[in-house]
Write a protein that binds this ligand. Structure first.
Ligand SMILES: [Zn+2]
Length: 531
């Protein structure tokens, strides 16, 4: 890729008011799935202003000749496509990749967010947020929907640290605060009977921050960060999961979401235990049915996981117009099960893709997520005509992700009027040699190493192997130092988790053995010892 900059605009973002990307192969991802063997794309003030196929010619297309302040990028031999969207992510554990063996969610969470966990410093939150953001930008992810949680509680300084990292690195980010406001005992089945009195008293304690405190944090997030940098940084809301919040707080978040048009992140039916919880503690209803009955099932919801949905749940989701965030690597890492992909797609429910978190995926690589999406559902049905095609996976990755953002301006296509969130992919790499089928090789061959340039809102934020304005080597060094300092705290937290483990294991086994009238696991028969 020849990168020549004219005009003297070499700010940290290497901003040119206008950028022209010449001679790229272009995958537009528009509704008609248009692809140009060769085209020139004009970007001005963050927006795509012209897409000129080779045969048309600049003059015929009514596009004026370049001015001195225009940066030109010669992109022959490269593919230009919309940036990838990581539609479900928790930046909070970006520094914990590889920390745990595979465990079921409910046991895994004992170690991930221990009840006695120490607060993190804002600088550490900044550094860990940046680690994930760099990994994403370098592999062509232009937007992330971050459902950040803070142990024991969020603060205005921590919110600022996370958003400052996103502002500094240049990625498009939509941040929510994933914080429960009910005691642990109310979030899980069987636990009330299983725990000994001392632990039961601890589990019955209210979380450190109540609804009023959490809403004050949202007020800060929205006032200080929402719609910043021409809408690149935005707020969302999150209740974490329906069973983790009170109805009143749920309603307040729904009101905020409606008032500002914000996406609403909500984990629903990730695991079989959560299906059992609905039967036991929500009047025999699935958690989707509960959310519907409360009047909260809306097109603003990004339903995360949706693995243990039944047919009626899926009908309700389709009627309401929700998006489903599919995280197949996390679902396998935590043994949660296989989401009913084809049943959701056949109902017209939009699906977006996410990496979930670095302690349950271990990488922040949306190419891996896309590849697994293209593979895992092949074992859900013998009829191969139902198996996802590469085009289906790209549809989820780009169009589904763009839909999940609820962005006020169009994004997700190489098309006039869309936000210039673009990636250039080198086609002279082993992944694309020989080039047999572009879409299949994007889904099944590419791993992110062919990405040569990432542009967000018209700014080149990654090229020549580096993210603009970020000293990555210094950041990695700081992250290593922070990890050493945090190790003693996390070792202590692991000891605490071990104390709870026998009771959580029993709870998990009881739920696993229960007949819920369906299975999303890839095996038949009783789970672990019929009870
Ligand atoms: Zn999640």
């Amino acid at each position: 890729m020849g990168l020549s900059a004219s005009g003297g605009r070499r700010s940290p973002w290497r901003i040119a008011l206008k950028t022209i990307i010449r001679n790229a192969r272009v995958l537009t991802m528009d509704a008609a799935d248009t692809e140009y063997p060769r085209a020139t794309v004009h970007v001005e003030d963050g927006v795509i202003t012209a897409v000129v196929p080779d045969a048309v010619g600049i003059a015929a297309a009514g596009v004026s000749a370049p001015a001195p302040d225009v940066r030109e990028i010669e992109a022959s031999g490269h593919l230009l496509m919309p940036g990838l969207v990581n539609a479900h992510f928790h930046s909070s554990v970006n520094d914990l990749k590889g920390s745990l063996d595979s465990l079921p969610l409910e046991i895994f969470m004992l170690y991930e967010s221990p009840s006695d966990g120490a607060a993190v410093e804002p600088r550490a939150a900044y550094v860990r947020t940046m680690l994930g953001a760099l990994e994403m930008l370098k592999t062509g992810v232009t937007a992330v929907l971050d459902d950040a949680f803070f142990v024991p509680a969020p603060s205005l300084e921590l919110i600022d640290a996370v958003m400052q990292a996103y502002e500094d690195c240049g990625i498009r980010a939509v941040l929510a605060l994933d914080q429960p406001n009910v005691p642990e005992l109310d979030k899980l089945p069987y636990l009330r009977d299983l725990l000994p009195p001392a632990l039961r008293a601890k589990a019955a304690a209210a979380p450190p921050m109540d609804a009023a405190g959490l809403l004050a944090c949202y007020q800060h997030l929205i006032e200080h960060w929402h719609d910043r940098d021409n809408g690149r940084l935005r707020a969302a809301v999150s209740c974490s999961a329906p069973q983790r919040v009170t109805r009143e707080y749920f309603r307040s978040l729904d009101d905020l979401s409606r008032q500002y048009g914000l996406p609403f992140y909500i984990h629903i039916l990730e695991t079989k235990l959560q299906r059992v919880l609905g039967e036991q503690c929500f009047g025999g209803r699935s958690l989707i049915r509960y959310v519907y009955d409360e009047g909260f099932l809306s097109e603003r919801l990004n339903i995360i996981h949706g693995v243990w949905l039944d047919e009626r749940d899926m009908d309700l989701i389709a009627q309401a117009g929700c998006v489903i965030a599919h995280n197949p690597i996390s679902n396998l890492r935590l043994g949660s099960g296989i989401m009913p992909f084809q049943k959701l797609r056949s109902r017209g429910i939009p699906i977006c893709l996410g990496s979930d978190e670095s302690i349950a995926d271990d990488a922040v690589n949306m190419w891996s997520v896309a590849k697994l999406t293209g593979l895992i559902h092949n074992i859900s049905a013998p009829d191969y005509q139902l198996w996802p095609k590469a085009g289906d996976v790209l549809d989820c990755l780009i169009r589904g992700g763009s839909r999940a953002m609820r962005a006020p301006r169009p994004v997700g296509q190489v098309a006039v009027g869309h936000q210039a969130d673009l990636v250039l992919i080198d086609l002279d790499t082993l992944a694309f040699t020989p080039l047999n089928d572009l879409r299949r090789q994007l889904v099944y061959c590419e791993n992110g190493s062919s990405v040569r340039m990432t542009m967000v809102a018209g700014k080149v934020v990654y090229e020549h192997g580096a993210v603009a304005g970020v000293d990555e080597a210094a950041l990695r060094g700081e992250a290593r130092e922070l990890a050493v300092r945090q190790r003693s705290t996390s070792d202590a937290a692991q000891d605490v988790a071990r104390e709870w483990l026998p009771y959580y294991r029993e709870m998990y086994l009881r739920a696993a053995a229960r007949d819920v009238g369906m299975s999303r696991w890839a095996f038949e028969g009783p789970a672990i010892g019929q009870r």
